[in-house]
Design a protein around this ligand. Structure first.
Ligand SMILES: [Zn+2]
Length: 171
């Protein structure tokens, strides 16, 4: 009953918060790492982003946010959706990923200008790009900084710095 009351209370909040999700999972006696975001929270995320929680969006949201922090390309998500028997087109996957990015629920990380990854972790952090396996991995040090910043043209300010450190296996 307590969990239920807690969930109702959460649904009244406009913006879902990850701590609340984890707290709810803890209260219900489950390990947050294993459960990820419940269906309920994907619904909340979509609603708070002003997106109608259609079956397709719910299913894609579940695949995206239900497994912790992830870096996925549209093609990777499309493949997962197909394997999970979610009837969705690649175009819908692209649209949904862009809508979630515009809503601030995902962050885009581009590598090579051709490959775009969508990161479920929207906090400030940088990445390793593993060239051999085409994988994006978080750099754990959040205080990583450029030792010298470029002078930005007048009238501009730095919005964000995305650092991608490319790694390859030693020969
Ligand atoms: Zn990341």
């Amino acid at each position: 009953m307590f969990t239920r009351a807690r969930k109702l209370e959460m649904s009244e909040n406009t913006a879902p918060h990850h701590d609340d999700v984890h707290a709810a999972a803890l209260l219900s006696g489950r390990q947050p790492a294993l459960t990820g975001c419940p269906w309920h929270d994907v619904n909340e995320m979509l609603q708070s982003a002003g997106l109608r929680p259609t079956r397709q969006r719910m299913a894609l949201g579940w695949l995206l946010f239900g497994k912790g922090a992830r870096h996925l390309t549209a093609e990777m998500l499309y493949e997962e959706a197909t394997l999970a028997k979610v009837p969705v087109s690649l175009a819908t996957v692209y649209n949904t990923l862009n809508q979630l990015t515009d809503a601030g629920l995902l962050r885009q990380v581009s590598v090579d200008g051709t490959k775009t990854y969508f990161d479920t972790n929207v906090t400030t952090h940088h990445h390793y790009y593993l060239e051999n396996s085409h994988e994006l991995v978080d750099i754990e040090d959040p205080h990583l900084a450029l030792s010298k910043m470029p002078e930005v043209p007048e009238g501009y300010e730095i919005a964000r710095i995305d650092m991608v450190v490319r790694l390859r296996k030693k020969r």
